[in-house]
Design a protein around this ligand. Structure first.
Ligand code: SF4
Length: 378
């Protein structure tokens, strides 16, 4: 398959690994955060970390939309789903996230709530058209990649005058999360998390372009290399970051030139700005309340905002005390630092969102790297 097989070529991977090894300086360490859960999975699936020198450390970031959603918002969705006459539609990963008191959307469904898994916002819209006597709520989550389809659904609902469709909006913004990490005490003051550079997101950058990342390189003097989700993309990005760090440069470079441009998808950006506006603040799991880090539905589309149509309390939610998802999402801990990783908490019996989502760091460690990690720690 074009643009896939050639980016998984083992021989090229070895050549790239040799270049990285030759260009890293033995007396320094390179701390590189891959923001996206898609990169985390590529790293573990293809054993990328094993091909890198020991002084290049990959740190897993918060770029998993299911993982960063605070428990309180999922509690809210469960409350919505339990209301008389409501059909709550959302993506599959969200259904199994355990929230307060061990409940999940799937458990609520088993108890009688009408919760349905959909593959897109337009599936939810269709369910609303097919069920005019029911209120259909689309539980929308995700970074900049999934926001345009939600905007399309809202515009269509308005055009169709669908009185029984609304969106519970939880769309979040990548640049705000990276800023929050760089401003965190662990990075800025305490220095317990060293971050030398970032592998920038692939799909998100296809929408927002490379321009928003220029701020980090200027303000925080950290290089960013936007990379695709194949293993050779990740390795090439590591090589480009090592070169920048060796040269003392902090620039935005684009490894994913087959998709990402400087301006991004302008049509998608315009669509999003027609329907959404910035929320003054939004809570993230692990990062806490982050200013201007999420979107809300504009007043013009307010009739389709589930937060207007229903009473949605500001819920704080009860985290499982043993779960270290918050620290993992900040890059402070690794999944294997969690005492219940791989024993009580597995993909079959997840105790936290990082083990549920296919983009979560705990799921990636368990599925692809657990035994190596255990061996290394033994
Ligand atoms: S292993 Fe499970 S409980 Fe531990 S941090 Fe990961 S998701 Fe949370």
């Amino acid at each position: 398959m074009k643009y896939v097989e050639e980016f998984r070529d083992g021989k090229l991977a070895k050549i790239l690994a040799a270049k990285i090894a030759a260009e890293t300086q033995p007396d320094r360490r390179y701390h590189i955060m891959e923001f996206c859960g898609g990169h985390t999975h590529a790293i573990f699936r293809y054993g990328v970390q094993d091909l890198l020198p020991k002084n290049v450390r990959l740190i897993h970031g918060p770029g998993c939309p299911v993982c960063v959603l605070p428990i309180g918002r999922i509690d809210n969705a469960i409350e919505l789903a339990r209301q008389e006459g409501v059909i709550l539609c959302t993506y599959g990963d969200l259904l199994r996230v355990p929230v307060s008191n061990g409940v999940s959307l799937l458990r609520a469904k088993a108890d009688g709530a009408d919760v349905r898994m959909v593959y897109s916002s337009l599936d939810a819209l269709k369910i609303a058209q097919d069920n005019p006597d029911r209120q259909v709520v689309f539980f929308a989550i995700g970074f900049e990649t999934t926001t345009p389809p939600t905007a399309v659904a809202l515009k269509q609902a308005k055009a169709l005058k669908l009185a029984n469709f609304s969106v519970f909006c939880n769309h979040v913004l990548t640049p705000a999360a990276i800023t929050n990490i760089l401003e965190s005490p662990e990075v800025r003051k305490i220095g317990t998390v060293a971050l030398d550079g970032f592998i920038g997101p692939a799909h998100v950058s296809a929408v927002i372009g490379r321009r928003p990342f220029e701020f980090f390189t200027e303000e925080y003097q950290r290089p960013v290399v936007i990379a695709g989700f194949e293993p050779l993309d990740v390795m090439q990005a590591v090589l480009m970051l090592v070169r920048q760090l060796n040269d003392g440069r902090a620039e935005v470079e684009n490894e994913y030139t087959r998709v990402v441009t400087r301006e991004g998808n302008v049509k998608a950006q315009e669509l999003v700005s027609q329907v959404f506006e910035l929320r003054p603040s939004f809570e993230w799991r692990g990062l806490g309340v982050v200013p201007y880090s999420a979107l809300r539905i504009k007043a013009e589309f307010g009739d389709f905002d589930a937060e207007n149509r229903f009473t949605v309390a500001a819920g704080s939610g009860k985290e499982n005390k043993a779960c270290e998802c918050g620290a993992i999402l900040r890059g402070v801990k690794r999944p294997t630092d969690c005492k219940i990783f791989g024993t009580v908490c597995t993909p079959e019996t997840p105790m936290g969102s990082c083990m549920v989502s296919s983009e979560g760091a705990c799921a990636a460690y368990y599925t692809f790297g657990r035994f190596r990690e255990e061996k290394a720690g033994a």
